[in-house]
Design a binder for this molecule. Structure first.
Ligand SMILES: Cc1ncc(COP(=O)(O)O)c(C=O)c1O
Length: 431
């Protein structure tokens, strides 16, 4: 699928990096793992110099476009004054103020460097606040690499047991068995199961953590009333509702899923689009809960206010506020979704679209998908056959059907047209 330089770099990389990459998700397989030279706007170039329309957007962070000049200029200006002080500066206070202004449920925030850290800290705070240990998460949701929630994320769904009594499955060796006692898993959108579990265990549950949509499983949308049910039941049981907005935050609306669904979680977590690719994350929420930090509750990190990340967030949020970024992405993304749907349906393919114009997915051979168990029944071989052909023709969604297509402000109407032309051609080859 890729050229000779890619193959030789992969061989070199495999000698010094496990699988030849620095995150398991970047390994697509022997001889089909891409290696990247550079990116600009909506495009990516591999090390062989081939250009792609990029729909991975680094798994979501790139909301304005790769190497956005305005963001980079602000970062350069700031890092020339020093990159790290392990003391507090004005810019991070301003970014915190911007998040509080934009995210309806956030009254106070703390920064971190990655989504993994943000969810890990939010879970610590929720446990400290409630004095409870149990965490409830949904199958197919991913909240980062820590042991607390790396359960039932991407295992084969057969291992999850019966949906009435799901088995939490660790997504890695090395997660202590004892952690199993601290986690409950359920299918997403399972109204009945969620009510049953909250009736039985609600008062022992520290936090219910959920992505608003399944951003790590085909962007499966919440069914109407599901997020509201989580809100109501957690409130009733005194559990903390953590909305993991690492993928939806500053992407599906300036105020994220909270604004989109008019839902107020107790805590929310952010990373990705917050910094347009710079290393910055945040968690925040109700003042009453966040205020316990520092009063017997530990949270920190040497790099939590690193200047590149904070300056990246400052410039990104400023542009989201001053330009019609998400509106433009929504219009182009909708056109792309509609165009793809038409192509698939005209070619007699049964397909279900999920997600939002700024991050969407499609699953073949099914009418609808409401949870990872449904998604597992869709035709992944067809998705993959199309994806591999698209990549050969210079259109790059992620190889993995669970990973949504992401758009950025720089994707042009011409890019959408080109993508639709490519899919109209390749769909005929794989039918
Ligand atoms: C919803 C969600 N939460 C948390 C994470 C972890 O974020 P990071 O990769 O920055 O550690 C991700 C990453 O994809 C995510 O999608």
């Amino acid at each position: 699928m890729f050229g000779s330089k890619t193959h030789s770099l992969q061989q070199r990389a495999q000698k010094v990096l496990p699988l030849g990459v620095n995150s398991n998700f970047r390994f697509w397989g022997e001889d089909i793992t891409p290696y990247v030279e550079k990116a600009k706007g909506g495009y990516l170039w591999d090390v062989d110099g081939k250009k792609y329309i990029d729909y991975r957007m680094a798994f979501g962070p790139i909301i304005l476009g790769h190497a956005c000049d305005e963001v980079d200029q602000k970062v350069i200006e700031e890092i020339q004054k020093g990159t790290l002080f392990a003391m507090t500066g004005e810019l991070e206070v301003e970014v915190a103020e911007m998040i509080v202004e934009m995210a309806p449920a956030v009254e106070m925030v703390r920064f971190a460097c990655s989504g993994t850290e943000a969810t890990m800290h939010a879970i610590r705070v929720a446990r400290a606040y409630t004095g409870r240990d149990l965490i409830l998460k949904f199958e197919g949701n991913y909240h980062g690499f820590h042991d607390h929630t790396l359960w039932s994320t991407y295992a084969p769904v057969e291992a999850y047991g019966n949906r009435r009594n799901p088995i939490p499955v660790p997504s890695s060796s090395g997660i202590p068995k004892a952690m199993r006692e601290l986690i409950i898993t359920l299918p997403f959108n399972d109204f009945e199961g969620f009510q049953r579990v909250m009736r039985s265990y609600g008062e022992q549950i520290a936090a219910v953590i959920s992505e608003p949509c399944q951003g790590n499983c085909a962007a499966i949308n919440p069914q109407e009333g599901f997020l509201e049910l989580i809100r109501a039941k957690t409130e009733e049981c005194g559990s903390v509702f953590i909305l993991d907005e690492v993928k939806t935050g500053f992407r599906i609306a300036n105020g994220g899923a909270q604004e989109y669904y008019r839902i107020k979680p107790d805590l929310a977590t952010y990373a990705k689009a917050l910094g347009n690719g710079y290393p910055v994350a945040a968690f925040g929420g109700k003042r009453e809960i966040m205020s316990i930090i520092g009063h017997g509750v530990a949270q920190g990190g040497t790099y939590t206010n690193n200047k590149p990340g904070i300056a990246g967030a400052y410039a990104t949020l400023s542009l989201l506020k001053s330009k019609p970024v998400l509106k433009t992405i929504e219009q182009r993304g909708q056109r792309l979704m509609n165009g793809l749907k038409e192509i698939f349906e005209d070619n007699g393919l049964q397909v279900a679209f999920t997600g939002y114009p700024a991050m969407f997915s499609f699953s073949f051979g099914v009418d609808s998908v409401t949870c990872q168990r449904d998604w597992a029944e869709s035709n992944h071989a067809l998705y993959l056959a199309l994806t591999e052909r698209a990549i050969q023709r210079g259109v790059m969604p992620d190889h993995d059907a669970r990973e949504p297509w992401f758009l950025c402000y720089e994707h042009s109407d011409a890019d959408i047209d080109e993508t639709l032309n490519v899919y109209a051609e390749i769909v005929k080859e794989v039918k």
